[in-house]
Design a protein around this ligand. Sequence first.
Ligand code: ATP
Ligand code: MG
Ligand code: MG
Ligand code: MG
Length: 565
Amino acid sequence: MRVSQLLNPTLREVPAEAEIVSHQLMLRAGFIRKVAGGVYTYLPLALRVLRKIEQIIREEMNAKGGQELLLPIVQPSELWKETKRWDIYGPEMFRLKDRHDREFCLGPTHEEVITDLVRGEVRSYKQLPLLLYQIQNKYRDERRPRFGLMRGREFIMKDLYSFDRDAEAGAESYRKMYEAYTKIFSRCGLTFRPVEADAGAIGGTGGTHEFMVLADSGEAAVVFCPACAYAANVEKAESQPADIGGNAPVEGKKEVHTPTVKTIEQLAEFLDLEKAKLIKTVVFKGDDQFLVVMVRGDREINEVKINNTLGPFINLRMAEPGEVRELFGSEPGFIGPVGLRDGITTAADLEVMKMPGAVCGANKKDYHLLNVIPGIDFKPDYVLDLRMVEAGEPCPCCGVPLQEARGIEVGQVFNLGTKYSEALKATYLDEKGQEKLCYMGCYGIGVSRTMAAAIEQNHDTNGVIWPIPIAPFECIIVPVSLKSEAVVETSEKLYAQMLEAGIEVIIDDRDERPGVKFKDADLIGYPLRINIGEKSLAEGKVELFRRKTGQMELLDIEQVMTTVM
Ligand code: ATP
Ligand code: MG
Ligand code: MG
Ligand code: MG
């Protein structure tokens, strides 16, 4: 590639709308241009980076037996109604109608479509396991699209879905994907942590991990152990209630560490309760496994399906207004409405309920149940883990003091269980001819977000410093002056040689001042720059500049190829 022909409009000024480094640098270095809020055009250099990340992902997915396919972006509402997510998903879903008034959405995720495929095509246990993936645009009408590619409304995701015979086989798929993700982000040259996003204490072992690229601009706070692999997400600033969900293996469908949810305003925002029409149940988990259960409260409590299966030991009954319930340890809890607007439960109530040994009082007749046990009397929609793991505390695994860092969620692996296969009836026949539900998992990587995260982690005041495996070009040749025939000739010769050798090389053949060329090369972040100038060339030498270290070497022209390869 020749810079003179490349569509790569670099900017000297920092664009005002860009708040974080990756967004600023991607605009300045001519990688992206905004088309609408959260919707961008990827210019040629950006596309090269994205394709490289995708290629790494493909290789690792294929290595684990993944098969690539391509699902449609436009998805009919009927499928989403079968899983009830047409209503649950909320305003984050882009919805549209065709000329016959039929409803569709632009896929924010593809559990429905893939499970529909599998229910139609899979008959026998012999066809399992199936690991199917695609790399494609996703659409989410984010509440706050921002930070460029970091939180777009159209973005590129790799999503893989696993279909297995049972939980054990499902766990194996999960393990494979976890391994693949570790390889992918290592190969991209990124510093990252897999973080337990699910403590799994209620009713089972862990069911989801997030992969966090460590960078100061990250939206999540991560505590991690410098000595062992322990890491936990201590903050979920942008958690969405209508995420993927799942019903296995924990009883709470989604468990998140949310020490930032401390006020009723934050809780309201987290659960999006103002807009929620459905009743939601939440379990708060504290230090003493202390549980409080809440239900959205525009409706009668009787609408909540409670199965009191506990026999004579537990007295599950309605509380009287004013009746006080003390809550200790893992004792049965208290179920009642959280009325954010009607004041049924106040912010003060919420604060009190979170305290170990808290006292809760019913404030309306027939609105509160006593002695309910989450997971037995009902399955909560959310399990919020309020335990604060703090930097400086001893690591729960090895005792070394924990450290804190900010993290960018670049991927997530999720053990879904049978939530979608049940709703969509994706079954297979086992050896005995018995019909069984497919056991599922889903695994996402934000490809475009990974590109942004790579910049957040690898830059300096001059620009991007691409890790070599995902750099748009590995090497740029800069003929320092086009006036010297020797310079031009040598540059062109070296360029042809490198191309021949399969090195990803670009030549800055523009008639620009050397300073301009160097600045642009630094801004764009090519890992290697070869300066070919008249003076050194007279002695048979060229300069090799390494972007990452800032190191400049004077090489014999013959040495260049062996040094670069
Ligand atoms: P977040 O918590 O940041 O909203 P998410 O948990 O909703 O992300 P997932 O449903 O787990 O996202 O999707 C898988 C991956 O897709 C994420 O780990 C992230 O890398 C990427 N991703 C999600 N939303 C966006 C977005 N709006 N823009 C760019 N990438 C995104
Ligand atoms: Mg998330
Ligand atoms: Mg989200
Ligand atoms: Mg996620």
